[in-house]
Structure formats: structure tokens, C-alpha cells
Design a protein around this ligand. Structure first.
Ligand code: ARG
Length: 462
């Protein structure tokens, strides 16, 4: 017998039962469902909507059900549709009529919104703490590579020398924004919808604030229609997670490139690489590739959610049951990717010599030659032109700028003197860029320090 069976004369077709049921997906919210119901039951008792004894019996039994679920003693039923009705049905089977009072002044529409929000609050914290761990890894790797010179690129063409620390700290900034976005999204998840009923609130004098307080919510929702039809918070989270994956995929792409024979900037640890079934020499960066690949499904989940919500009339529609599967998939994917990514970068070995050699080729100090001329009085555009000609000369003669003789330098401009060599060595190119946000050692050390402070502040949120 269905909990809603009263107005029906026929039983549900088995195919419909199976089709309609979301228990396979939403059973993971059992904990939230039970604590949400306990808070509701407690409030019903305090407000004298049910008796204190009834409220206590419901609460006690719900805790026993929780324990039984955790001990694996309960199997959920497809035809009880979802986690909400499964638990209510078990409650009723244990305490009869008293159990039937739990759903007073509540609908599954506000109940599912509550459980979903509670569940997501936990997950946002867990994912944020994975991101904090990633940030700590980046800070510690950066501290070790303040002097590891490598080429920086634009258009994937060598541009100017930087350090590995500076490059890693760029990713630190990206994941810092991700953490901030998640914290912001958390504020809009942290609003309590119970008391909105099916759509139009309820005639019982519920104490909504009391429920919010018990469950650790900041606020209560302000419109009952909106409360049961809003999934913005889920879309926002799916979007935040997509951006995290976008960042991971960019990082992975670089690591894949860097571990190619052509670059050889890093070597992945054997434990974080895989071989080929046919080519004995191969060591593939599968972990990085798989994370890059999984970015696709996380984007897909965001679009699935946006599309499900598109054009839905107010208030709750069953379409919305589709919200959880996709968002849970994004959450699971992130929770799988982040720890393995952290380990992968912790164990990879940067090849300092290769990075340094990479920074040497490709005229990465050309801007510094121009800056040298500018500092001695030549207008920048003119200096740019002179150095352009020097680069062409070097290309034709298979030389680098720093290997030109002082006579050759002087052929291009009489401004050049012996101090040019010191001004354009890679170390000076990096150290000379010592403004805030730049690659020089002190500037990167400062950004590491800010980073550490940010981590301390974030840990208070967790
Ligand atoms: N299982 C549903 C969901 O996940 C909640 C139930 C509300 N359904 C309803 N027909 N009123 O969205």
C-alpha cells in the first residue's frame, strides 16, 4: 500500500513504480532525511501540534532506524519511491499511528528541498577541504621551486622566463577563487525551506526558525512557492564544480605536455602513471588525462541541470527529481579527482636542467634586451624594432642573444655596453620582475605568505 494510496483504485504498474522511483539515487541522503525529520518532529512537539510523547517516540525511533541503516540491516524498496517515503514507511511499520503523524505540516516537496540542501552543505565542505589540501600542496611545492627557472609561454610559444614556483602559484590563485566561489554558493544553500509545504505553506503554526536553528541553517526561505521550486543553489554548485574541473583540466594538460619526451620538464612517479599493453617503452600520464576527460561529464551535468530546470512552471514538478543524479555525479567526480591529482603532483619530479634549458632557447630574454635600451634612453618602440632585427640576425646565424659579442651588440646600437650580459641572463630576467605578482623570488614569497593566510582563514569555514 502506498503512503498516498487513498484516492487510487488500482495499484501502480510495476514499470511505473520502477520508472518513478528515485531511491537508487537519493538513498544516500538517508542521514539528512532522518535528521530533518527529527528536527520537524521536535518542533511539532514543542508547538503542541503533536504531543511531547509522540514527538519523543518519533525521534527515538528515527534514531534507531538510522542505526539500523548504518548497520546494513535495512533494504530500501523501489515501490516506496524515494528515501523520504522509505524512511516514513519504516517508521510507521515500527510505531504505527504515531509514525503517521510525522508528516503533519510537511510535504515531500519541502522535505526533498531540505534534504538536498543539507546534503550539499556537507559536500561543499568536503570538497572545499580537498581544495584546501591541494592549495597546501601547491604552497609547499612552490616553496621548493622559487629558483627553478622555466620558460613562460603565450600562444604556447616561449615568451619570458619565470619560475616553476610562479607557475604553480598561478594555479593557487585559480583554486583560491574556486574556494571563494564555493563559500559564496554555500550561503545560498544554507537556507531552510521546511514549512513551505507542497507550495502554499501550511495551516499549522509551525516554528520554522526553530527547525532552521536546530539544523544549523542561517536563514529560512521567504516564499513558499520559490522554496519548493528553486534549484538555483544546485545549478550554482554544478557551475562551481565545472570551473574547478576546468582549472584541473588546464593543469593536467600542461602536465601531460611537460611529461612528453619533447618537453621532459617533469617525470610522473611510476605509481601515478601507466604502461602500454603493446609498447614496452611507454609510460603514460593516464591520471592527468582521465581528469582532463572527466571535465566533460561535469560540464554535461551542469547543462543537464540547466536544461531540466528550463521553462519549468512553478512550483515543484517531477522533472526536478532529475536534479540529484547529475549533481551527485559531479560531486563524486570531484571527490575522486582531487585526491589523486594532489598525490600525482606531490610525487612528480621536475627536471630543473630541462626547464632551465627550455628557458634559454627561444629568445625569452628579448624583452629584457629592449628594456635595457629603454632604461638607457631609447624609446620603447624603437628598442622593440632594434631587438627584432637582432633576433633575426641570431636566427640566421644560429646564435642566442646572450652569445652575441659586444661588437655585434654595438652594430645594432651604440648604447650597448658590457653590462648587457648581466642584464639579460635568465636569473636577472626573473629577479628584475620584482613587482607584486611578478616571478621574482621575493614577489613569489609574498604571494605564498598571502596564500598561507588565506588557508588559515578558510580552515575556519570548514
Ligand atoms: N523524490 C522526489 C524528488 O526527488 C521528491 C518527491 C516529491 N514528489 C512529489 N511527487 N511531490 O524530487
Amino acid at each position: 500500500m502506498k503512503l498516498w494510496g487513498g484516492r487510487f483504485q488500482k495499484i501502480t504498474d510495476q514499470m511505473v513504480d520502477d520508472f518513478n522511483s528515485s531511491i537508487r539515487v537519493d538513498q544516500r541522503m538517508y542521514h539528512q532525511d532522518i535528521y530533518g525529520s527529527i528536527a520537524h518532529a521536535k518542533m511539532l512537539g514543542e508547538c503542541n501540534i503533536i504531543s511531547k510523547e509522540e514527538s519523543e517516540l518519533i525521534q527515538k525511533t528515527l534514531l534507531q532506524i538510522l542505526q539500523d541503516i548504518e548497520e546494513g540491516k535495512i533494504t530500501f524498496e523501489i515501490d516506496a519511491e524515494d528515501i523520504h517515503m522509505n524512511i516514513e514507511k519504516i517508521l510507521i511499520s515500527r510505531i504505527g499511528d504515531t509514525g503517521k503523524k510525522l508528516h503533519t505540516g510537511r510535504s515531500r516537496n519541502d522535505q526533498v528541498a531540505l534534504d538536498f540542501r543539507m546534503y550539499l552543505k556537507d559536500e561543499v565542505k568536503q570538497i572545499t577541504s580537498c581544495l584546501v589540501e591541494l592549495e597546501q600542496t601547491l604552497l609547499s611545492l612552490s616553496s621548493k621551486h622559487l629558483d627553478t627557472i622555466m620558460p613562460g609561454y603565450t600562444h604556447l610559444q616561449k615568451a619570458q622566463p619565470i619560475t616553476l614556483a610562479h607557475h604553480l602559484m598561478a594555479y593557487f590563485q585559480m583554486f583560491k577563487r574556486d574556494i571563494e566561489r564555493l563559500q559564496d554558493c554555500y550561503k545560498r544553500i544554507n537556507i531552510m525551506p521546511l514549512g513551505s509545504g507542497a507550495l502554499a505553506g501550511t495551516t499549522y503554526n509551525l516554528n520554522r526558525e526553530m527547525v532552521a536553528q536546530q539544523l544549523g541553517f542561517d536563514q529560512i526561505t521567504q516564499n513558499s512557492l520559490d522554496a519548493v521550486s528553486d534549484r538555483d543553489f544546485a545549478i550554482e554548485l554544478a557551475s562551481c564544480l565545472s570551473i574547478v574541473m576546468m582549472h584541473l583540466s588546464r593543469f593536467c594538460e600542461e602536465l601531460i605536455l611537460w611529461s612528453s619526451h619533447e618537453f621532459s620538464f617533469i617525470e610522473m612517479d611510476d605509481a601515478y602513471s601507466t604502461g602500454s599493453s603493446i609498447m614496452p617503452q611507454k609510460k603514460n600520464p593516464d591520471v592527468a588525462e582521465l581528469i582532463r576527460g572527466k571535465t566533460g561529464r561535469v560540464y554535461g551535468n551542469l547543462f543537464a541541470l540547466l536544461t531540466t530546470m528550463k521553462s519549468l512552471p512553478l512550483a515543484y514538478n517531477k522533472d526536478m527529481q532529475e536534479d540529484k543524479e547529475v549533481l551527485f555525479d559531479s560531486i563524486d567526480t570531484l571527490k575522486q579527482c582531487l585526491p589523486v591529482f594532489i598525490k600525482m603532483i606531490e610525487t612528480m619530479k621536475p627536471n630543473k636542467a630541462k626547464m632551465y634549458a627550455g628557458a634559454q632557447g627561444g629568445f625569452t630574454n628579448a624583452t629584457d634586451v629592449a628594456d635595457y635600451l629603454v632604461k638607457k634612453g631609447m624609446p620603447f618602440r624603437e628598442a622593440h624594432e632594434v631587438v627584432g632585427k637582432m633576433v633575426l640576425h641570431c636566427i640566421h646565424n644560429h646564435k642566442t642573444l646572450d652569445s652575441l659579442t659586444i661588437e655585434e651588440f654595438k652594430n645594432f646600437s651604440l648604447i650597448f655596453e658590457e653590462d648587457i650580459y648581466k642584464a639579460i641572463c635568465l636569473e636577472q630576467c626573473v629577479e628584475g620582475r620584482n613587482l607584486p605578482g611578478g616571478p621574482a623570488k621575493q614577489a613569489v614569497l609574498d604571494s605564498i605568505e598571502y596564500g598561507k593566510q588565506f588557508i588559515l582563514k578558510t580552515q575556519k569555514f570548514l
